[in-house]
Design a protein around this ligand. Structure first.
Ligand SMILES: [Zn+2]
Length: 63
């Protein structure tokens, strides 16, 4: 189980897999940060994914 914090608020997420946390983050962004998704350019979306991949791979396992 790994933990990641939302980039735009204080909500944290825990998941076993990358797909699982990406799904949770996406649902959260659609609900609470819709303007971030709708207002982001392709470059910003790519940069977000790069940051996410890095943070996910470096995230420490929590019990
Ligand atoms: Zn958030």
């Amino acid at each position: 189980m790994k933990k990641l914090k939302c980039y735009d608020c204080e909500v944290t997420f825990q998941a076993e897999t990358r797909e699982e946390i990406l799904d949770a983050l996406y649902t959260h962004y659609m609900k609470d940060h819709n303007e971030v998704i709708t207002g982001a350019s392709e470059e910003e979306k790519k940069a977000w994914m790069v940051q996410f991949e890095k943070d996910w791979s470096e995230a420490e396992n929590v019990a």
